[in-house]
Structures are given as structure tokens and as C-alpha cells.
Design a protein around this ligand. Structure first.
Ligand code: PGA
Length: 246
């Protein structure tokens, strides 16, 4: 894992956007894995700004999001489909049909999991997956204890995850208790991974990632076994004693 240290959230967002934009520009076509949550919002803002100023095109980009809440349709402002449309897709020249997010509102969610997993495979897999990290080490919605062999599946959200995400809802009761997420094996199949972390609240998670064993009780630890992981983290998120490249 390569760690790049940056000053703050703004710089993390800028570096992350530059990283992604360089890959988009270098490839004839690319499959991007995207994430939601608070962390990548600034990255998407820089990508939009660059699209407007430098005309980086997303016509040949296909995207696959990590996860979605179960029970929310894409028109619900708390769904990740809505988030992605609002925060990125509506502002760049991507073809909407090429943007894929698991359907949290499918009649048969088991079938939906299989469909999504197969869809990623049929498109040739993910070239670059963007990840955040939960304070409990989750990646996507893969909570502690999830099998490293897991493919796209339904999860019960951990109380800490529901509490962390309650800020987007009117109250905690409204946060869905289930989600559909790419599995850990799905994420690990990505050819390259970019993990973003900002702020003091992520420092313990990064300490466990760097200093701990590879263990299913801390899902992100599996990233140590992936050959091509870059972490962009700001000063506040980097634990003492971990040496980073500036
Ligand atoms: P956050 O979530 O970006 O909102 O901190 C990250 C995650 O839970 O993976």
C-alpha cells in the first residue's frame, strides 16, 4: 500500500480527483468503481470543475458503485443513486446508462446481487475502485466479520454505521437497517484501488489498517493483500509513526 499524505480535506480531494482524471484521460475506456459518503464529495466537485475547465470527457467511462440502501428507490434523496446523480453524474458528460448502482428496491434482492456481480464481470471488471473507510474498518458496506470471499450481498448495517449516516436522515429510525454491497472479493478483484481518508475520526481505522493483522474482524485489512493500493489521507487521519510520501 502506498500512502500519500496531504494537508487537509481540500488537498485530499484535489489529489484524488487528479489521480482519477489522469486514469480517465490515459485510457480509451475505463471502468471506475465509485463510493458515496462524505469523503468523496470534494473529489467529485474537483472532477466537475475539471470537466468544465479542461473538458475531460466521461463518454467512455462506465461506473459501478459500491453499495446502496435496501428499500430506497433511486428517487429517494437518501439513496446512493440520487447522491451520485446530484454530486457527479448530472454535471459531467457521462452516459447515464453506463452508470451502475445496485438496485436497493428490487423485488428479489438475492437475484439483484447476482445480477450486479455478473454485470461487473461482463464489463471486464473494475479498473480503478475508489473507497472510503468506516471507523470500524468497513469498506463498501462490508461490516466487521464479513467473509473475505464474499461477492455482492445483502448486509445488516452495524449500529455504528447507521449512527454515522443518521446525519443525512431526519432521525436514526429512518436509516435503513439493510444494504446491498459489493463483497470483499468483488472489491479485491479491482485492478487498482484508491482509498481516501480525512480527519481525526479516521485515524484509529488507519492505525489498525497499517499496524494490524489481515483479519475479517477488520475488513479493510484485506487491502494489504492487494498489489496496487494507493491511500490519500490528510494529516489528521494519519496515525503517529506511519511514514507517508508527501
Ligand atoms: P464517510 O464514510 O465518507 O461518510 O466518512 C466512509 C465509509 O463509511 O466508508
Amino acid at each position: 500500500m502506498k500512502l500519500i499524505e496531504v494537508k487537509d480535506y481540500q488537498e485530499m480531494s484535489k489529489r484524488a480527483a487528479e489521480f482519477i482524471i489522469a486514469k480517465v484521460r490515459a485510457a480509451d475506456a475505463i471502468n471506475l468503481g465509485l463510493a458515496t459518503g462524505g469523503t468523496p464529495v470534494g473529489t467529485y466537485e474537483y472532477m466537475i470543475e475539471d470537466h468544465k475547465q479542461n473538458y475531460t470527457s466521461y463518454r467512455d467511462v462506465t461506473t459501478f458503485n459500491l453499495d446502496e440502501y435496501v428499500g430506497l428507490s433511486g428517487s429517494n434523496p437518501n439513496s446512493y443513486r440520487y447522491y451520485m446523480d446530484e454530486k457527479l453524474f448530472n454535471h459531467i458528460d457521462i452516459v447515464k446508462l453506463n452508470t451502475h448502482i445496485p438496485n436497493g428496491d428490487a423485488a428479489d434482492m438475492e437475484k439483484e446481487c447476482l445480477r450486479y456481480e455478473n454485470q461487473i464481470e461482463q464489463h471486464g471488471g473494475i479498473d480503478l475502485q475508489v473507497l472510503g473507510i468506516g471507523s470500524n474498518g468497513h469498506i463498501g458496506f462490508n461490516e466487521p466479520g464479513t467473509s473475505f470471499e464474499s461477492s455482492t450481498h445483502i448486509v445488516d448495517l452495524a449500529p455504528s454505521t447507521r449512527e454515522a449516516n443518521a446525519r443525512y436522515f431526519d432521525n436514526l429510525d429512518e436509516v435503513p437497517d439493510k444494504a446491498v454491497t459489493m463483497g470483499i472479493a468483488t472489491i479485491l478483484k479491482s485492478r487498482e484501488i484508491l482509498l481516501l481518508a480525512s480527519g481525526e475520526k479516521k485515524r484509529d481505522a488507519l492505525a489498525k489498517l497499517f499496524n494490524g493483522e489481515v483479519d475479517e474482524r477488520f475488513p479493510a485489512s484485506i487491502l494489504k493483500n492487494h498489489p496496487c493500493v494507493t491511500i490519500i489521507a490528510d494529516k489528521a487521519a494519519i496515525p503517529e509513526g506511519v511514514i507517508a510520501r508527501k
